[in-house]
Design a protein around this ligand. Structure first.
Ligand code: NAD
Ligand code: MG
Length: 393
């Protein structure tokens, strides 16, 4: 029997890698639902190749155009438009597995809906768990499905723990050690980061990714979001999560046990490994990834993270320790600041300043439900825009 997979964010970096793994295993997996934001051309091309049951364009104004273009391309599949269509698709019978690979807070409601519906949830969209960790865990319990992390660090930790996501105390775990490549500006001083351009920030030395996560990697906010993600996914307190910079990006993360053992997962930096693992778990399948050749890989180095230069990592730890919805506030402010940086209206170093201002302005409130959280996300975005206008326009 083939597994039907809904790929949310099908036209993006993770979506493309997911479809590549699926294409290697037509006997096992079928891309039954494809979702993109605005790129009608790219979605139509994917539909021609993968013949899904349903194609959805999240920008509702483009639904008629998608339908017309699919008919012209001789693709017969149902067409949906708007975020309600995405929610209905991930909750309905057309998929067993949902790959949550939309970028940013825009992925929150579909991630929650997939969890509530008890689907096998392959989580790449880290912003949704950073925003709504407790609500996502509730939704998973309610739905009774399984979550398998796709983010490479969390996928590595999942692989190094017994039985996926156990109680860490019972499993004898002392710490989770997240590795970070250090991004394109590792070793630079603040003075050297004053005039960084978006293209420089997006030129990651090891991973090829979408622009938002590339900027997050350059500021180390990505690692900060991943610390928060690890806290919710594995139930580790902030004090039991460490970050170590490992520029080769071959060790994807580690788990340290009470007896001193440290288990690591290694592999070439290619997201298809984590995606194939998550799709097939607990089995293993071919991912199309070049095998790791350690004798030719050169030395593996490890160093501490420079949180004075890369303030975003320290801010993420502070938000996690502050509790409540502080991590949602951090995420919203960061999304606004990264958009402004990518648009050329905010200097690179000011991303951390905007996030810090907004966190100071909005003390945390308890996470109650999605509606309250979405409203707080909007308030944080407005506060971030005010800081931007006041200080940088
Ligand atoms: P990307 O920018 O390459 O792709 C984003 C995808 O989301 C596109 O298909 C786009 O059409 C879709 N999208 C954007 N806004 C949407 C909306 N409002 N509604 C529906 N779809 C929308 O991003 P990416 O690099 O593939 O990252 C996707 C997610 O995976 C992010 O949360 C990122 O942090 C996470 N992630 C990515 C990588 C990686 O290697 N790229 C690794 C780990 C985690
Ligand atoms: Mg990662």
């Amino acid at each position: 029997m083939t597994t039907s997979v809904a790929v949310l964010g099908a036209t993006g970096s993770i979506g493309t890698s997911t479809l590549d793994v699926i294409a290697h295993h037509p006997d096992r997996f079928r891309a039954s639902v494809l979702v993109a934001h605005r790129s009608v051309d790219a979605l139509v091309a994917l539909c021609q190749r993968f013949r899904p049951d349903l194609a959805i364009i999240a920008d509702a104004s483009l639904g008629a155009e998608l339908a017309r273009r699919l008919v012209a391309a001789d693709v017969r599949c149902d067409v949906g438009a708007g975020s309600d269509a995405v929610i209905a698709a991930v909750s309905g019978p057309l998929c067993d597995t949902v790959v949550a690979a939309i970028v940013g807070a825009a992925g929150l409601e579909s991630t929650l809906a997939a969890a509530r519906a008890g689907k096998r949830l392959l989580l790449a969209n880290k912003e949704s768990i950073v925003m709504a960790g407790p609500l996502l865990l509730d939704a998973l319990r309610e739905g009774g499905g399984v979550l398998i992390p796709v983010d490479s660090e969390h996928n590595a930790i999942f692989q190094c723990l017994p039985g996926g996501r156990p109680d860490l105390n019972k499993a004898g775990v002392r710490r989770l050690i997240l590795t970070a490549s250090g991004g394109p500006f590792r070793g630079r001083t603040r003075a050297e980061l004053g005039s960084i351009t978006p293209d420089q920030a997006c030129a990651h030395p090891k991973w090829s990714m979408g622009r938002k996560i590339s900027v997050d990697s350059a500021t180390l906010m990505n690692k900060g979001l991943e610390v928060i993600e690890a806290h919710y996914l594995f139930g580790a307190p902030a004090d039991a999560i460490d970050v170590v910079v490992h520029p080769q990006s071959l060790v994807h993360s580690m788990v340290e046990y009470l007896d001193g053992s440290v288990l690591a997962q290694l592999g070439n930096p290619d997201m298809r490994t984590a995606i194939a693992h998550a799709l097939a778990w607990p089995e293993r399948i071919e991912a199309g990834v070049t095998p790791l050749d350690l004798p030719r890989s050169g030395p593996l180095a490890f160093e501490p993270a420079d949180t004075d230069t890369f303030r975003c990592l320290a801010l993420a730890f502070e938000a996690l320790r502050a509790g409540g919805d502080a991590t949602a506030i951090l995420n919203a402010a960061n999304e606004v600041a990264v958009d402004a940086f990518l648009a050329g209206t905010l200097p690179f170093l000011a991303i951390a300043e905007v996030v810090e201002h907004v966190l100071a302005e909005l003390p945390p409130e308890p996470v109650v439900d999605v509606q309250t959280l979405v409203a707080r996300d909007a308030v944080a975005r407005q506060a971030a825009r005010k800081v931007l206008h006041r200080a940088y326009c």
